[in-house]
Write a protein that binds this ligand. Sequence first.
Ligand code: ADP
Ligand code: MG
Length: 228
Amino acid sequence: MTKLSVENVSKRFPTRAEPLVVLRNVSLELGQSRNVAVVGPSGSGKSTLLSIIGTLESPSSGHVFLDGQDPAELNEPLLAVFRNQKIGFVFQDHHLLPQCTVLENVLLPTIAAGPTRREAVDRARMLLDRVGLGDRRDHRPAELSGGERQRTALARALINEPVLLLADEPTGNLDRSTAERVGELLLELQEQEQMMLIVVTHSQRLAGLMSRQLELNDGRLREMTNDQ
Ligand code: ADP
Ligand code: MG
């Protein structure tokens, strides 16, 4: 079943001269619990595409349907709830709050729904166990390594059981062996949690772990074939 459908999305940014066209009629379909890598040169619009799919930005034209909903039809408060419930984000930088513990950071996306519930704490503990940080729950981000921070960010992205996980250069700041471990973990969790995963990466190795590879170039998204 198709859970994500990106239909003819274009994105133009106004400039003082001609508008900058970043995405040109980009389309993408993703079924439940499928994964895909997006590669492409710097500045080719990968982050812009993820922001549009992640409902953080609107397309200039075209539509995104996620889990049966067109987010463009939602007003800002409903959109915030939709995003919080349906989508997990992992960025190149971990964006953890330094004053909060690892466990509190993982629980942050649950706060919007009201007081922290027992089940949320149980799930946060389970996710931290799965990313190998069960014994670091009470530590602060400054006491963790780069890989451990990114694994915390991964647990945080999954706390609300998203249908879609968006990862923008998730291993870009990590050394090679740490990046490999985080990449494998990303895939393991995606399979276990049966979410859709879109990962933007410069790492051929990480892209190669995904079942599909797409390339964004000159505003167009194309399927990469294995003989390239
Ligand atoms: P990538 O992630 O592939 O490196 P981006 O999506 O970040 O590329 O950016 C694609 C292009 O769009 C770049 O030329 C960038 O400068 C431009 N761009 C991104 N966001 C904005 C914005 N808010 N306003 C104007 N131009 C932008
Ligand atoms: Mg980018």
